[in-house]
Write a protein that binds this ligand. Structure first.
Ligand SMILES: Nc1ncnc2c1ncn2[C@@H]1O[C@H](COP(=O)(O)OP(=O)(O)OP(=O)(O)O)[C@@H](O)[C@H]1O
Ligand SMILES: Nc1ncnc2c1ncn2[C@@H]1O[C@H](COP(=O)(O)OP(=O)(O)OP(=O)(O)O)[C@@H](O)[C@H]1O
Ligand SMILES: [Mg+2]
Ligand SMILES: [Mg+2]
Lengths: 223, 223
């Protein structure tokens, strides 16, 4: 499903260059459940952005579902992402001044799902993450953990084939976090590929495989 | 130092009311090290905003250092905050398009500290949180954990008497998180009052006292 070969990512800041990824080679199979760990600043989110076709490598190649990302146009990438990938961003990236229910409907709106079905499917996902009574709240009217759960519901709205979750339980207490991980695990059991960045040991322990990053390199791959 | 009596906070959303805090009574002494825990949405951040004089209770009273918050003007509250309280927000609230060093200088700028001393003190705090090599990065050029550490450095910049930290290690790996908590603990040992919201058991275990919130009420107070 995902094939990465000698992937490098270099950010240019004026004269200086920041080497965020320094040659990552890894294969991820369809339906796998993978955790990604590593120190702060080690390249985890940068790698997730590439997995989600949100950015391109500076060197090396990344192929998803047989498609070489570098050979796709931005429109093709957006179409591919919309139909295949659900992303839970580390910073949530919810639309401000937009109610929770509409934030969750967004992927369905892009996919052309009619209004009634959009509303119904979005409401179902918000109920699943325990926010049935907060659907009309704007992000600024929600707690940190509630905002994170809206971001999770949005990632699941369009029944994606792959979910990329970047520290999805970082703002949640242990009970709520377990409920979210149970939800992810049930979807993985039905065939969804799940890749989760986390620094919480109990979340990583649930995955079947653990990748560890350090200074932009993949240093461990445990099953 | 901090005296809260029957504190309620009600958010109005059109016709509906959200009861975020339902009568909280608690005293916090000068120099204490207190952890606040509780489920997502239970009122922790709302309570921290009141402790930081960033908001006012709907009912009940909150007194800090003998000053009744309700009796202060907005200017008096801002002056009091600037000289006394360092706040690490759950969502960081860094100034975008502003380098890390300038984000950390901000409290010193408000306090009227001259430019040379500002730069020197801000750089010292960034070094303390392990970001000596990221001072010129904008928030968008930093990882999630790095942004959080900039927010921590900013809270400490003006040597506050009280630090209110809302999930300060939520985006950090365990090693970086220990380094940050060691820094806080050393400052607490020197007399700084420390109040930390966390859902991580190992962070809460370090505090001398643990308050637990549930549905806007203080349900436990363990020493
Ligand atoms: N501006 C607002 N308008 C309406 N309701 C709000 C507003 N801000 C917060 N709330 C509600 O108040 C309750 C308490 O929120 P608070 O942010 O204090 O929770 P918390 O304990 O910090 O949760 P978390 O662990 O998820 O950060 C939540 O149910 C939230 O939906
Ligand atoms: N736009 C950018 N410009 C320059 N440097 C960047 C940019 N984005 C990220 N970086 C740097 O790239 C490195 C990797 O960042 P990344 O966000 O992938 O880390 P991470 O492993 O997700 O960390 P965290 O656990 O703190 O979220 C960091 O050192 C960061 O400072
Ligand atoms: Mg990250
Ligand atoms: Mg909160």
């Amino acid at each position: 499903l995902i094939v990465a070969r000698d992937v490098e990512k270099i950010y240019k800041m004026g004269e200086t260059e920041v080497h965020a990824l320094n040659g990552v080679t890894v294969d991820i199979q369809d339906g796998e459940y993978v955790a990604i760990m590593g120190p702060s600043g080690s390249g985890k989110s940068t790698f997730m952005n590439l997995l989600g076709a949100l950015d391109a490598p500076t060197r090396g190649s990344m192929t998803i579902n047989g498609k070489d990302l570098a050979a796709q146009t931005p429109e093709q990438l957006a179409k591919f992402r919309g139909g295949t990938i659900g992303f839970v961003f580390q910073q949530y990236h919810l639309l401000p001044r937009t109610p929770a229910i509409e934030n969750v409907e967004l992927p369905l709106l892009y996919a052309g799902v009619p209004a009634d079905a959009r509303r119904e499917r979005a409401a179902a996902r918000l109920n699943q993450v325990g926010l049935g009574d907060r659907m009309d709240h704007l992000p600024s009217q929600l707690s940190g953990g509630q905002q994170q759960r809206v971001a999770i519901a949005r990632a699941l709205a369009n029944d994606p084939r792959i979910v990329l979750a970047d520290e999805p339980t970082g703002a949640l207490d242990s009970k709520t976090s377990e409920e979210i991980m149970d939800l992810f695990e049930n979807l993985n059991a039905e065939g969804m590929t799940l890749i989760v960045v986390t620094h919480e040991a109990d979340v990583a322990a649930r995955a079947k495989r653990r990748l560890t990053f350090r200074d932009g390199k993949l240093v461990e791959d445990d099953r």
